[in-house]
Design a protein around this ligand. Structure first.
Ligand SMILES: [Zn+2]
Length: 51
């Protein structure tokens, strides 16, 4: 199934995917996050491939 006119693509590769190292909260952002919006702890970018 393909939706060409979807107003929002939740899986855009340009969107960063972050996980909080303190509370484990996960969130996406088009901006570079450095702190958790929930607890203010450090976050890591899960979208960065690690080989
Ligand atoms: Zn947090």
């Amino acid at each position: 199934m393909a939706i060409y006119n979807a107003p929002v693509d939740p899986y855009s590769p340009e969107r960063g995917y972050y996980e909080c190292l303190t509370c484990g909260s996960r969130e996406t952002s088009t901006d570079h996050l450095t702190t958790c919006s929930s607890c203010g702890g450090d976050v890591r970018n899960l979208a960065v491939p690690r080989e």
